[in-house]
Write a protein that binds this ligand. Structure first.
Ligand code: HEC
Ligand code: HEC
Length: 312
């Protein structure tokens, strides 16, 4: 673990544009680097929101509150093949099990083609670069190679905004941050052994894994443990929101990956649930039957399943 002083030293090197040190920042430290917004003057790092379970409020934009996930979860989502997501889609519920996941098609700025949405609580973003371009532009007020956000939204009293727009294509921020997210690893090694096997069996028994699919695959068929199908599901009225986001309905959400639950102190898209049981109790719609099976588990089984989930 690097000390804070060490990290500051590198950040200072970057600010003076020393290319010698800039290369070293390609690692995880790039995500801790505070970037000064040309628009608001704030200096946020990506980790400011992502390192803890921080909830960003929708505020004046009228958008709903959203919680940010740790980066190692995004690193796994990035590797999933589109085919393995589409293979699980069942939009018309052809197998009549009450669960009808559907893919959210979006436009990818990076690939200039339609892509299956995989990032964001409403699966509105198809690639890691698109997501980071959005984060830079909208969360941090920094235009970048993919998203000249400032363009449409500069106000006359924001001279910095115009500077941000002019410098848009020249920055290497996007590849550097994308690389850093891809290199992110969980701090603990993945759990294994008997708690894991028993927990997996209980997850299947109560039907959570119809959505929280334990394993997806990368483009060459290597398994990726995520506990999500990355599809949109209707979770009913308790999780309905007033404003539509992307192609998802008001109560439709991308199955939240359960990978990384051990690192979260609040659950669900807006962080409203303090415990796993609270999170499951809020499930409705397509997840109603599974929720009822969960709530009917014996105390011992329920504890075992929760212990397993909190080890992920
Ligand atoms: C102001 C807080 C904030 C900052 C700063 C921020 N993010 Fe985020 N990020 C969020 C929130 C909230 C979400 C969930 C957004 C949603 O689904 O609507 C998110 C989503 C993401 C996701 C997708 C996660 C997933 O599971 O789908 C990635 C990847 C990401 N951010 C990367 C970054 C990077 C890289 C940076 C730095 C350039 C960054 N973010 C800066 C708050 C922030
Ligand atoms: C029909 C699909 C579906 C089923 C079945 C389902 N879930 Fe979920 N789950 C979701 C979706 C979608 C979300 C995201 C909802 C939100 O944040 O508003 C979610 C969120 C969660 C979360 C919060 C994760 C986080 O990072 O905040 C937990 C914990 C969870 N589910 C556990 C379970 C358990 C345990 C079961 C089985 C009893 C289960 N789920 C069954 C779709 C499902």
């Amino acid at each position: 673990m690097k000390s804070k002083r060490f990290r500051r030293f590198y950040a200072a090197a970057l600010l003076s544009s020393s290319s010698v040190f800039a290369g070293l920042l390609a690692g995880a430290d790039a995500l801790d680097e505070r970037l000064k917004s040309h628009r608001t003057g704030d200096a946020l790092s990506c980790s400011s929101c992502h390192a803890e379970t921080r909830v960003v409020t929708g505020g004046t934009a009228g958008l709903g509150d959203r919680r940010a996930d740790p980066f190692f979860v995004s690193a796994v989502i990035d590797q999933v093949s589109e085919a393995s997501i589409l293979a699980l889609a069942d939009p018309a519920d052809a197998d009549a099990n009450g669960i009808s996941g559907r893919a959210a098609w979006v436009w990818s700025l990076r690939d200039r083609r339609p892509a299956v949405g995989r990032f964001g609580w409403k699966a509105t973003v198809g690639t890691l670069e698109d997501q980071i371009a959005n984060a830079l532009a909208t969360d941090m007020g920094l235009a970048n190679a993919l998203l000249d956000y400032a363009d449409a939204t500069c106000f006359p009293d924001e001279p910095g905004c115009l500077i941000a727009r002019r410098s848009a294509g020249s920055s290497n921020l996007l590849p550097r941050l994308s690389h850093a997210v891809r290199m992110s690893k969980p701090s603990d090694s993945p759990p294994n052994g008997s708690i894991y096997r028993a927990g997996l069996a209980l997850l299947a028994q109560v039907g959570c894994n119809a959505c929280h699919q334990p394993v997806l695959a990368d483009p060459v068929g290597q398994p990726l443990v995520l506990f999500s199908d990355l599809l949109l599901h209707d979770l009913g009225p308790d999780l309905s929101e007033a404003q539509r986001v992307g192609s998802a309905g008001l109560s439709e959400w991308r199955t939240a990956p359960l990978l990384g639950l051990s690192q979260r102190s609040a659950f669900l898209h807006d962080g409203r649930a303090e415990t796993i049981t609270d999170a499951v109790t809020a499930h409705g719609g397509e997840a109603t039957e599974s929720k009822n099976l969960f709530l009917a588990l014996s105390d011992a089984d329920s504890l075992e399943l929760i212990e397993f989930l909190l080890s992920l």
